[in-house]
Design a protein around this ligand. Structure first.
Ligand SMILES: N[C@@H](CCC(=O)N[C@@H](CS)C(=O)NCC(=O)O)C(=O)O
Length: 247
């Protein structure tokens, strides 16, 4: 994650092999990055084989995830998913109505483009949080990363809210997800679709890897206590995609 870890461009992989670049190389461990997790969950649910690179490398856009396939580089989780849909016909949204597609689109954007920033508040509050230390063991790297994200959060606007306001917005998003889920197994029905991949990326961040600060503010096992249906839903996706991961 830290700039100090930015290596040179990795060499192209073997032919016809989809290589995913993320923030770790353990295929049995859900990624600490919500966007990498979103992409890997999509690939796993759509049964598209891929190799998780052992190299930490950022895309031409300076971010993870990204993928390479036969020398082509595809950056950003959304465009990666577009690529696997068109290249391998792996479309988890097949069969959804126009209205379901519109709702999925809105909820995906809510998570990817808004909830992310609320999540960053809790994730990077303490740059020495054990989860952040796992991502970057060097203290100066972690400080620089937090400073950069503080700047992004200020520009985005979430960084100008009080913690109480951020918490309120965070909980409102979870309430909306809970209401959309209702009694269904997945957000759009009885099978997982694309929006579930984004949502799981962010719920995993607070169920599997809550920061110390998140637990202090919200209390331990927050999702399990306050949103049991969202918790069970997350466990359903975890079992389908990371059955070997022990919490
Ligand atoms: N829109 C991008 C967002 C990716 C993103 O923000 N990734 C973060 C990790 S969670 C990152 O690479 N940050 C590095 C940085 O900003 O320096 C996507 O969907 O892939």
């Amino acid at each position: 994650m830290a700039q100090s870890m930015k290596p040179e461009r990795p060499p192209p992989g073997p032919p016809d092999t989809l290589i995913v670049y993320g923030v770790s190389s353990d295929p049995d461990m859900p990624s600490l990055s919500p966007y990498v997790l979103k992409l890997e969950v999509y690939l796993k649910l759509a049964k598209v084989p891929y190799v998780l690179s052992e190299r930490i490398a950022f895309s031409s856009k300076g971010k993870v995830p990204w993928m390479s396939y036969n020398g082509e580089e595809i950056a950003d989780s959304h465009f990666c998913i577009d690529f696997v849909k068109s290249k391998f016909g792996a479309d988890l949204n097949k069969g959804l109505s126009a209205e379901q597609l519109a709702v999925s689109h809105a909820f995906r954007i809510m998570m990817d483009e808004f909830h992310f920033w609320l999540n960053v508040h809790f994730r990077l509050y303490d740059p020495d949080d054990p989860i952040i230390v796992r991502l970057d063991p060097t203290a100066p790297g972690r400080r620089a990363f937090k400073e950069r994200y503080d700047g992004y959060m200020n520009a985005q606007g979430v960084g100008r809210h009080s913690e109480g306001q951020i918490t309120r917005l965070f909980v409102d998003n979870l309430k909306a997800l809970d209401a959309l889920l209702g009694q269904k197994s997945f957000l759009m029905g009885e099978s997982p679709t694309e929006v579930d991949c984004s949502v799981f990326g962010f719920l995993a961040a607070i169920i599997l890897y809550p920061s110390k600060h998140f637990d202090e503010v919200m209390g331990k096992d927050y999702v399990l206590r306050e949103f049991p249906k969202l918790y069970e839903y997350s466990m359903r996706i975890k079992e389908l995609t990371y059955p070997n991961f022990k919490m």
